[in-house]
Design a protein around this ligand. Structure first.
Ligand SMILES: Nc1ncnc2c1ncn2[C@@H]1O[C@H](COP(=O)(O)OP(=O)(O)OP(=O)(O)O)[C@@H](O)[C@H]1O
Ligand SMILES: [Mg+2]
Length: 339
């Protein structure tokens, strides 16, 4: 689809032609240009060295209905449940995030294996987005360390960010930009050269071929999600961070997105996602962690969690028949609706 290039032509052209003068966009441009600088120091990365003939994102056709069967999607297990991860892509130790007196993430430890799809599950306000924000460098944690592929994200934020793809809980691009312009902008900022026909092909592949000239604000929620995922992986990140990527999607779009996540993993990426869907967690995640009040209550494969907590009285009390992951989730976090 694209190739790496030191040119900033795409960005300059876009800024010149579209008058992107808002403060918010300047911040984005500065951050991404800084990220792009990081590529200069990440030449040794094996995924960078391979030919980028294949699109970084999904080649799922819009007409395809969904992800591969679960059995077909599983790769060689990277983690022995209950044991530490060997050579993790992401290692978080003693992470504490506070907003004034409010402790949102409380001394959290977490490791993600290479090639793993890891799900962070938790009720509203549990600390999921705060955890992702600390990894992404969008906030400064009170304590703790985050290593991405061995790189300390606080000490080397530019290099670390160059290796991560981020889809925020609610993505907002410059609403007046059309789809093609957004792709060109982000490709330029990440140093990925894409011709007009490559952009057209890739948009076609994610089902946005007919929307290329549409302003972002005129896209449906699902279309916006598809575009934001596409942009998040345009630079083939090692670690993809997705905050509720399927919230609000219809079943078809959700299955397609699962398929895309699987393909990103098959292409060498690792994924940390949050979700409120236990069905989704079971379908796509190799391991999950249940988090509440900023603390991890349990972490394992969905199946092992169910096996482990099947006889727990709190879980039994909420189960209707066969114990599910949702029963375990509610048994551990309680039935009260959060503020
Ligand atoms: N900017 C902020 N200022 C103050 N408190 C915040 C801020 N952001 C989050 N919080 C608080 O921190 C806690 C964790 O919030 P966070 O957004 O991380 O939760 P979450 O698990 O992502 O929830 P949700 O499922 O609703 O997205 C909550 O109590 C929230 O009110
Ligand atoms: Mg959140």
């Amino acid at each position: 689809m694209s190739s790496w290039s030191p040119s900033t032509e795409g960005v300059e052209t876009l800024i010149a032609s579209d008058g992107l003068g808002t403060g918010a966009l300047i911040v984005v441009v500065v951050v991404l240009l800084a990220v792009r600088l990081g590529y200069g120091v990440s030449q040794s990365r094996k995924r960078r060295e391979r030919t980028r003939a294949e699109p970084a994102v999904a080649v799922t056709k819009p007409t395809e209905t969904g992800a591969l069967p679960v059995a077909a999607r599983r790769v060689t297990p990277q983690v022995t449940p209950g044991e530490r991860v060997d050579d993790p892509i992401l290692a978080i130790e003693h992470l504490t995030v506070a907003y004034g007196p409010k402790i949102a993430v409380d001394d959290l430890d977490l490791e993600i294996a290479r090639g793993e799809i890891f799900g962070l599950l938790g009720p509203n306000g549990a600390g999921k987005t705060s955890t992702l924000s600390a990894i992404e460098g969008l906030l400064t944690p009170r304590e703790g360390s985050v290593l991405l592929d061995g790189i300390d994200v606080r000490r080397h934020p530019v290099e670390a960010r160059a290796r991560m793809g981020v889809q925020l809980q609610s993505t907002s691009f410059q609403t007046e930009l059309n789809v093609r312009q957004i792709v060109r902008l982000y490709a330029g900022l990440y140093g990925v050269t894409m011709t007009d026909s490559q952009i057209a092909d890739d948009l076609e592949q994610i089902g946005l071929g007919g929307e290329a000239a549409k302003p972002f604000k005129q896209l449906s929620g699902g279309q916006q999600q598809r575009l934001s995922l596409f942009v998040a992986v345009i630079h083939e990140p090692d670690l993809l961070l997705l905050d509720e990527p399927t919230a609000g999607l219809d079943p078809q779009s959700r299955r397609q997105l699962w398929g895309r996540i699987e393909r990103i993993r098959a292409d060498g990426g690792s994924i940390l996602l949050t979700t409120h869907s236990m069905e989704e967690a079971q379908a796509v995640c190799d391991r999950v962690a249940i988090i509440d009040h900023g603390t991890i209550l349990a972490s394992d494969t969905p199946k092992n969690l169910i096996d482990k907590y099947r006889e727990d009285p709190n879980v039994r009390a909420v189960a209707h028949g066969e114990v599910t992951l949702e029963d375990v989730f509610i048994g551990l976090t309680g039935s009260e609706v959060r503020e």
